[in-house]
Design a protein around this ligand. Structure first.
Ligand code: UD1
Ligand code: CA
Length: 458
């Protein structure tokens, strides 16, 4: 890549009216990540010196996301169009847009989550070639050009301008080359082009796309990079969101399988964009892997398990029907079986929680065995408390461990105990009512009841 500097402006201030949502469009998620996050990840692969995100007024969560990613945030108070938004973005990049600056600016949009890093790089390459054109647009030929802007070429195939759908004539609407919305331009020239925009068009907006014709007429050189519809499709409605999700899921499944993960039924396995995989993992059908999950070599995730914010150690087995919530950390060879929920809990090597348990705000030592139906009672309605279970401890079935409490290493808790005081290493604790056994009592009970029933019948 060239030594020129690159800054990116991401437009994310639009209302997104067609989403019919109280949330800004770019916060809607694809594969567990906000659309804007996908775009930020994509453009960051170009190593820009700055990334500026345009947000609408009051878009606090968009601002927070951008800031978390080290981006600068600029508010576009009035949404006057993509050209207006780009211009405001440039206003904080003053030093890069002075006439002598050796810099480029890419304007990306927040509602195209499917563009791959390679494709941003391909557009960027346009500016690093010798005799490079000043301006490039990322374009595509969709099956149905719908309402995308149409890109016009001259006889030599050079891009001469873009006409928005709302302004296009019947003939122009028949053009199949469409604008994907991503622009790359020499920075000082972009400033000149944006200063020159007008809003004299069907929508009364400042169109970013109008810079194409202006640049062409100035003889500054224009070019298009053509990519696939699958990458550049814009998400404007929930319907398009679901299409983007499906495309992204297919990609993630493919990547996981190519990296050594067996997905027995890829189509029923739901993945997140940030899942970290080891090798030789098997994922059974119907598994949901939410964001923030890492799974180490040799683990098996059995059918209908739901994971989120969890790490699964090597050779661990999860499920069927297990739920790992944020902060679940399973060590090597740990077993978490059916109808078990684990939250904010560390399970060391070889620990087993095989059936019907809740383990929350807890630590479980190596090789401890937690019996069926054990509950860590971590919450009193106001505060949360921790349960510590030592290595090699054995918790009998149907025990309630009332936190804060600790069970020592090698200790045993008898089945059915409600434990409210800590148990020391190697102690045996049983908390139960006394068993009262009345010899032949059941026979006497039945005889009495039968006599009464017969008396009532008469
Ligand atoms: C835009 C392009 C169109 C292209 C399409 C590709 C223009 C004028 N049109 O149309 O040629 O085919 O994208 O998907 O550029 N935004 C702001 N501030 C504004 C207006 C928009 O930040 O004042 C942001 C939106 O949040 C969005 C992006 O710009 O992320 C694109 O806006 P949108 O209204 O979706 O443009 P399209 O009509 O889809
Ligand atoms: Ca759009």
């Amino acid at each position: 890549m060239s030594a020129r500097k690159l800054a990116v402006v991401i437009l994310a201030a639009g209302h997104g009216t067609r989403m019919k949502s109280s949330r800004p469009k770019v916060m809607h998620e694809v594969a567990g990540q906000a659309m804007l996050q996908h775009v930020i990840n994509g453009v960051k692969s170009l190593d820009p010196v700055r990334v500026v995100v345009l947000v609408g007024p009051g878009y606090d969560d968009v601002r927070a996301l951008a800031e978390r990613n080290g981006c600068d945030v600029v508010v576009q108070e009035e949404r006057l169009g993509t050209g207006h938004a780009a211009k405001i973005g440039l206003s904080v990049l003053g030093d890069l847009t002075v006439e002598s600056a050796d810099a480029d600016i890419m304007v990306a949009i927040g509602d195209t989550p499917l563009i791959r890093p390679e494709t941003y790089a391909e557009l960027y390459r346009i500016r690093s070639e010798a005799a490079s054109p000043a301006l490039g647009f990322l374009c595509f030929r969709p099956q149905d050009p719908a309402k995308y802007g149409r890109v016009k070429l001259d006889e030599a195939g050079q891009a001469v301008g873009i006409v928005e759908f709302a302004d296009a004539s019947e003939e122009e609407r028949r053009i199949d080359l469409c604008n994907g919305g991503i622009v790359l331009c020499d920075a000082p020239k972009l400033r000149v082009l944006l200063d020159n925009l007008s809003n004299d068009n069907a929508q009364g907006e400042y169109y970013l796309t109008d810079i194409m014709a202006d640049a062409y007429q100035r003889g500054w050189g224009t070019a298009v990079a053509v990519t696939t519809e699958e990458q550049v499709m814009g998400v404007n409605s929930r319907l398009e969101l679901s299409r983007a999700e499906a495309i992204m899921q297919d990609r993630l499944r493919e990547e996981a399988m190519l990296s050594g993960v067996t997905l027995i039924d890829p189509s029923s396995t739901w993945l997140s964009a940030d899942t970290e995989w080891g090798q030789d993992i098997v994922v059974e059908p119907g598994v949901w892997i939410g964001s923030g999950v890492s799974i180490a070599d040799g683990a098996r995730i059995r059918t209908h398990s739901h994971l989120e914010g969890a790490s699964v150690g090597p050779d661990a087995v999860v499920g069927p029907y297990a739920r790992l919530r944020p902060g679940a950390e399973l060590g090597s060879g740990v077993k978490v079986g059916n109808f078990v929920e684990v939250k904010n809990a560390q399970l060391d090597e070889g620990a087993k929680v095989n059936h019907l348990s809740y383990v929350g705000d807890a630590s479980v030592g190596a090789k401890a065995n937690i019996g069926a139906g054990t509950i860590t009672c971590n919450y009193d309605g106001f505060f949360k408390y921790r349960t510590e279970i030592g290595a090699g401890a054995f918790i009998g079935s149907n025990s309630a461990l009332v936190a804060p409490v600790s069970i020592g290493e090698g200790a045993i808790v008898g089945a059915g105990s409600t434990v409210t005081k800590s148990v020391a290493d190697n102690d045996l604790a049983v908390v139960r009512g006394k068993l009262i056994n009345s010899a032949d009592g059941a026979s006497r009970f039945r005889a009495i009841r039968e006599d009464r029933k017969n008396a009532e019948k008469k």
